[in-house]
Design a protein around this ligand. Structure first.
Ligand code: FES
Ligand SMILES: [Fe+2]
Length: 377
């Protein structure tokens, strides 16, 4: 069938296969992803504001437990949470006060908090062949982007991967936003299953009645006009949100002052997504910002951590209820979680070999290519 696809439309011009079943249920495949994707890419571990100066905190990057040392002087360092002596974890609590030394709780080797150097070996008295300099803490790279802390296990990390330019949120006061609400849940699906669901809107009409009312184009099963069959660049852009709505809240009204630095286009868009595979997406609205982190906990388990970030003045409004603001997106995420679990259960069937992607699922196709490329690279 000739689909009259405009060259600038992202629709696929064919219906390719997705990843094999093994990619969603297989322990080996999952282990390979942890050793490649999650060991090479920048992984978001939350907001920097959650790491108060003068604390040592634990974080998880793929299979690795990491300690993040935020010095009182503002310096940020991270190491593997594993002692170079016999491998014990160094930090047992989620958070500990950070002094000048990091001391292993097992045999008391101590390391300089400033640079991870091994300073003392507790009661052990090493012989002359022991090279103290070769037994410092194993470093992990850190990077802060818009107030989000990213870690990278690779010896020579590449650039932070994002689907749009890293400057996309420049008009939002990202650094100064504070987290006003947090919602955490565990879903019984592979981490990619959730990302794939995030990457298409064919499910929107059936799964998201509230969201489709808010964003009319989602009700047509597409994420944007460029996906519509017969679209051309000359088509007028329809309004993003239903008449009267300005943001994603239950009634569509902003929960506080609108960010002053936004362009008219950013304000009219109603929602601005930045996707940072494999670990987080950020949705910036005119009045608040939401982030959603995906933490794989096994081939068929994923932890979702959603946070709502607000200006201090919004949080300080008398009677302000961040949970009420969060309620709208929470409904949508619960629907997506249930859909992802349903998808996962069905993919366990031996009859399932691989998905057959539709032209509207171009973003899933791009994700699959990225996953395979990362696993090979
Ligand atoms: S394992 Fe850390 S000091 Fe022995
Ligand atoms: Fe959805």
């Amino acid at each position: 069938m000739d689909d009259h696809r405009h060259p600038l439309s992202p629709r696929l011009n064919h219906c390719p296969l997705g990843l094999p079943r093994e990619a969603y249920v297989g322990a080996d495949w999952h282990a390979r992803e942890m050793e490649t994707i999650f060991a090479r890419q920048w992984v978001c571990v939350g907001r920097l504001e959650d790491h108060a100066p003068g604390t040592l905190r634990r974080a998880t990057v793929g299979n690795a437990s990491v300690i993040v040392a935020h010095g009182s002087d503002g310096t940020l360092r991270a190491w593997h949470n594993s002692c170079p002596h016999r491998g014990s974890e160094l930090c047992r609590a989620t958070e500990e006060p950070l002094g000048k030394l990091i001391r292993c709780p097992y045999h008391a080797w101590s390391f300089a908090a400033a640079d991870g150097r091994l300073l003392a070996t507790g009661h052990a008295i090493p012989t002359a062949d022991f090279d103290r300099d070769a037994h410092g803490l194993r470093p992990v790279s850190t990077r802060v982007w818009n107030g989000f802390l990213f870690l990278n296990l690779a010896p020579e990390p590449g650039e932070l991967w994002a689907d749009v330019g890293l400057a996309t949120l420049d008009n939002w006061p990202m650094q100064s936003l504070a987290t006003g609400h947090r919602w955490e849940t565990e879903i019984a699906c592979n981490w990619k299953t959730f990302w794939e669901n995030y990457s298409e809107c064919l499910h929107c009409p059936g799964i998201h009645p509230e969201l489709c009312e808010m964003v009319p184009i989602y009700g047509r099963g597409i994420m944007g006009q460029t996906e519509a069959l017969g679209w051309t660049p000359d088509d007028a852009q329809g309004p993003a949100l239903r008449p009267g709505a300005k943001t994603w809240t239950m009634d569509g009204a902003p929960c506080g002052a609108v960010f002053p630095g936004l362009t008219p286009a950013e304000r009219a868009a109603g929602y601005n997504f930045v996707t940072l595979w494999p670990s987080v997406y950020v949705v910036a609205h005119v009045d608040y910002v939401r982030s959603v982190r995906l933490v794989p906990e096994g081939a068929e388990r994923t932890r979702l951590i959603a946070e709502w970030h607000f200006p201090a003045e919004t949080l300080a409004q008398p009677g302000f209820d961040a949970a009420a603001v969060a309620a709208f997106a929470k409904i949508v995420m619960q629907q997506d979680g249930a859909a992802s679990e349903m998808n996962q259960r069905g993919m366990r069937s031996p009859a399932f070999r691989a998905a057959r992607l539709m032209p509207e699922e171009y973003e899933i196709r791009r994700f699959h290519r990225w996953v395979l490329q990362q696993m090979e690279g």
